[in-house]
Design a protein around this ligand. Structure first.
Ligand SMILES: [Zn+2]
Length: 67
């Protein structure tokens, strides 16, 4: 069962980065639902999402914990 255990146990850093990416996405979605975003706001949100995704990908490559 060791293979099973190692596939279930995930990297905590990776989980944290995934949560950050989720948060950025949810926040952007909620904001755009509340009101019309300016082009500047939309660009800032997209940039934050891009950054969060890049950090997650970099971690996976450096740590080798990609699922
Ligand atoms: Zn990791």
């Amino acid at each position: 069962m060791s293979g099973f255990a190692s596939s279930v146990l995930s990297c905590l850093d990776r989980e944290r980065l995934e949560e950050e990416l989720d948060e950025v996405r949810v926040r952007g979605r909620n904001l755009s639902r509340l009101r019309r975003l300016t082009a500047f706001e939309r660009a800032a949100l997209e940039e934050r999402e891009r950054t969060a995704r890049a950090r997650l990908r970099n971690h996976e490559m450096e740590h080798g914990c990609e699922r």
